[in-house]
Design a protein around this ligand. Structure first.
Ligand code: 5GP
Length: 190
């Protein structure tokens, strides 16, 4: 069992390649379970509609590097030239107070969390197949051709790494949104 006997809190790491629909799934899972979303820090610029402190803590590179040096990150990774990381303190406090905390992070980050907290629950949201992944990535109107190729390449690589690592013991294939949400809700509540 991944639930900590002392507090009842637990950590759930959700990973999956971009385009797989994990943010949509996670948003709904949080609504239905009351899990707490871990707000990551990032050096990338906010997209339209993103709110500082809710979607991400938007910081500059110097501030991010300081957080690493001070040992404040549970994990961090560089993705497409930007840094992303999970501030450890908020996660630790929430878990200690009995909350279920959901981390939506990439596979590199998932591997680091596994090193530190092997008892966490690891969930991989996977596409039904490569063609469908390509279709979903192409469907994003923000993707130009170069960006598509880069993301598709990384997505395939991530799926391979995740599968080979063996840490993602919960693999949920997102072929139907509602059933994917229900499966992740069951894992989070489990
Ligand atoms: P986006 O820029 O599209 O919001 O996120 C790009 C990638 O970074 C996604 O795969 C997302 O899951 C990942 N990511 C977001 N926050 C974190 C984090 O704190 N740590 C790690 N390792 N990856 C993150």
């Amino acid at each position: 069992m991944t639930r900590k006997v002392d507090s009842g809190g637990k950590l759930v790491v959700v990973s999956g390649p971009s385009g797989v629909g994990k943010s949509t799934v996670d948003r709904e899972v949080i609504k239905r379970t009351g899990a707490v979303y871990s707000v990551s820090a990032t050096t990338r610029s906010p997209r339209d509609g993103e709110v500082d402190g809710a979607d991400y803590h938007f910081v500059d590179r110097a501030a991010f590097e300081q957080m690493i040096q001070r040992g404040e990150m549970l994990e961090w990774a560089e993705v497409f030239g930007n840094f992303y990381g999970t501030p450890a303190e908020a996660v630790q406090k929430a878990v200690e107070s009995g909350k279920v905390v959901l981390l939506e992070i990439d596979i590199q980050g998932g591997l680091q969390v596994h090193e530190k907290m092997p008892d966490a629950t690891f969930v991989l949201i996977a596409p039904p197949n490569e063609d469908e992944l390509a279709r979903r990535l192409k469907g994003r109107d923000t993707e130009d051709e170069k960006s598509f190729c880069r993301r598709f390449g990384k997505a395939k690589e991530e799926l391979k790494t995740a599968t080979e690592s063996g840490i993602y013991t919960n693999v949920v294939v997102n072929d139907d949104l509602e059933s994917t949400i229900q499966k992740v809700v069951t894992i989070v509540n489990g």
